[in-house]
Design a protein around this ligand. Structure first.
Ligand code: ATP
Length: 317
């Protein structure tokens, strides 16, 4: 199967002087499930829109399979599918009619159209709904149909902007199974998500903040960038403890996990030793602790909140 490399070189976008995407350079090999993560407004959608030739880069360039995404945008269009955040399916058309409409727009060979639609209806588990109006589908089924429409022309790459946002766990799983199958078949997947369990499922993840690329690596390697383990304290009462611990000068941040305070600090062992020798919170009872290995939620926090103290030195660049 043909493969497609996505490459960004100093890609940049400004809106009236505001920098939305700030000199991003990276490449995404074919068959990768690439997760693009960042807070609201970080620049994810703008990056995808540039890669899909929908908005003109202000600087730098990007290529899909060597073709420039802006200069060659009409040629590039057939190489990828795009599932936008607010995808406009035709709600007054049936499932099948939507697929046929997008098949026409993507110039699917009319002789192959019926077979392709039948194949997608099976893949998406929508065969029983083929005559249902898209507007009458549940959110999960509608999203599967949206993905189906983006796949009608068998693209080499698929861009998805928060495809599982607001969906129940069963449909989220269904969509991820589909992404795995596509990736196994060589399709490059570029997906944005705010769900950290989904970030874990990607083969590579990048974090952006205020348009800047902060890190890009496999989930495992990103987790290894956090030095040591994370301290979790069992304390009571929990909520007042959270506020007091957060206010400590050596504490970068806190969160609650499994009823415990999860603590981010540059030197948690030394801090904990000090606290055990002289517990600094008279109104809070210490009931125990655990040391936990970092997960993607921790990595995202470290990068998005700027907890540089817990990142290995080479990860702080
Ligand atoms: P979200 O997670 O909320 O979807 P995002 O990471 O996709 O956010 P973008 O939508 O790319 O972020 O927005 C990046 C920045 O660019 C934001 O500050 C946004 O306000 C700005 N922006 C995006 N599109 C436009 C536009 N058409 N005109 C002006 N500013 C824009």
């Amino acid at each position: 199967m043909a493969s497609l490399l996505i490459a960004l070189e100093n890609l940049r976008k400004t809106f009236d002087g505001t920098v939305a995407v700030d000199d991003i350079s990276m490449s995404i090999p074919a068959g990768e499930i690439f997760g693009f993560l960042g807070a609201n407004g970080a620049g994810k959608t703008t990056t995808i829109r540039m890669l899909c030739g929908l908005t003109r880069p202000s600087g730098g360039r990007a290529t899909l399979g060597g073709a420039d995404v802006w200069r060659d945008r009409f040629r590039v269009r057939s190489m990828f599918g795009y599932v936008a955040q607010r995808f406009s399916l035709y709600t007054d058309l049936t499932v099948k009619e939507n697929l046929r409409f997008f098949g026409g727009a993507y110039r699917v060979n009319p002789r192959q159209m019926d077979a392709r639609i039948a194949e997608l209806l099976t893949t998406l588990d929508l065969a029983g709904k083929s005559h249902t109006l898209a507007g009458g589908l549940s959110g999960g089924m509608r999203q599967l149909l949206a993905i189906g429409c983006a796949l009608i022309h068998e693209p080499l790459a698929l861009f998805l902007d928060e495809p599982t946002s607001g969906l129940d766990p069963v449909h989220r799983q269904r969509i991820w199974d589909l992404l795995y199958d596509l990736s196994a078949g060589g399709t490059t997947i570029f997906v944005t998500t705010h769900y950290m369990d989904e970030a874990e499922r990607c083969t590579e993840v990048a974090f952006i903040d205020k348009g800047r690329l902060l890190a890009k690596d496999s989930p495992q390697q990103l987790k290894e960038r956090i030095r040591g383990k994370l301290l979790q304290l069992r304390v009571a009462p929990l909520m007042p403890a959270l506020a007091l611990i957060r206010a400590e000068p050596d504490v970068l941040g806190v969160s609650v996990r499994s009823g415990m305070v999860r603590l981010y600090a540059a030197h948690p062992e030394a801090l904990f030793q000090r606290w055990l020798e002289r517990w600094p919170f008279p109104s809070i009872e210490y009931q125990g602790h655990t040391w936990d290995t970092p997960d993607m939620e921790d990595v995202f926090k470290a990068y998005s909140q700027g907890y540089h103290g817990i990142l290995a030195e080479e990860a702080q660049r």
